[in-house]
Design a binder for this molecule. Structure first.
Ligand code: 15L
Length: 280
């Protein structure tokens, strides 16, 4: 059984993924926050902005799914440290530890300034809609460098929105169900011929803005389509910002800070924080 490191494992996507992949891989779940075990898995506390931590957690794994980092638009300092320094540290630590394969969950916000009437594929040039989107373009570029220069195998998934159900009109186009996420990640881990790939991390949505033929070429067969929720979602939709409505990235195109639409699992109580600081 392969050993997989999942960074940012306590986050929403990480939690869905760990649940879906339980029993299939030996999972090493890492996060800055405390992680609630949901299955047979090893849990490690690490700050990927520190190279020593990145080296420690990438040792002896077969692949890394690098979810760790800032996951929405926010202040530059946080994005710089988590998404640029942190991302660099994870790629570099993996290389030094001889880990060949990295799955990098990039984001729809790397291309969020494409208009909604346009269908884009994996070959379009980036059009980030936020500082966060820029950090994802950085990660894609870093992946390309590590593939070409060091022969690493890099699988970039421009993820839409992972949720059990689509939550609004924009997410009908970019919804990614947890089981489809698990299928695409499994392809990224298992396909032998990966060098550097960009695919879209969405379900088989009828309303998709993406031509996801590169994922299909690699064997992806999504089981879900947001369309079955469309009537219910559209019935409760309220008119949004007129500029945001024109672009695929939505509110990320206009806002300086964006709340996470899927609440993060709670970091629990004082006692565990006290214990953690005693350990430090
Ligand atoms: C993302 O990239 C974020 O990580 C996620 O929290 C959502 O905001 C998602 O995009 C989205 O566009 O819905």
């Amino acid at each position: 059984m392969k050993t997989i490191l999942i960074t940012g494992a306590a986050g929403d996507v990480g939690t869905h993924l760990r649940r879906e992949l339980a029993g299939k891989y030996r999972i090493r779940a890492s996060d800055l926050r405390s992680i609630r075990k949901i299955a047979e898995e090893t849990v490690v506390r690490a700050d990927i902005a520190k190279m020593a931590d990145a080296l420690r957690i990438t040792k002896g794994v077969d692949a890394v799914v690098h979810l760790g980092g800032y996951s929405v638009e926010g202040p530059w300092e946080g994005i710089l440290s988590a998404n640029l320094t942190g991302c660099y540290n994870v790629f570099e630590a993996a290389r030094r530890n001889g880990v060949k394969r990295i799955l990098f969950p990039t984001s729809n916000h790397a291309v969020g300034f494409y208009r909604r009437e346009q269908t884009i594929d994996h070959r379009v040039y980036p059009k980030p809609d936020s500082r966060y989107g820029v950090s994802k373009v950085f990660g894609e570029a870093l992946g390309s460098l590590y593939a070409d220069k060091y022969g690493m195998q890099v699988f970039c998934m421009r993820i839409g929105n992972v949720n059990p159900k689509p939550i609004d009109k924009r997410r009908l186009a970019i919804w990614f169900s947890p089981r489809d996420l698990a299928q695409l990640v499994t392809i990224g881990i298992e396909r032998p011929d990966i060098r550097f790939e960009i695919v879209y991390g969405i379900s088989g949505n009828k309303r998709a803005w993406y031509d996801n033929s590169n994922a299909y070429r690699l064997g992806y067969r999504p089981q879900d389509d947001s369309e079955i929720y469309a009537a219910e979602v559209l019935a409760r939709e309220k008119p949004g910002d007129p500029v945001a409505e024109q672009y695929q990235g939505g509110v990320f195109c206009v806002a300086e800070e964006v709340p996470n639409p899927a609440p993060l699992p709670r970091v629990k109580k004082r006692a565990s924080r006290r214990k953690a600081s005693r350990r430090r």
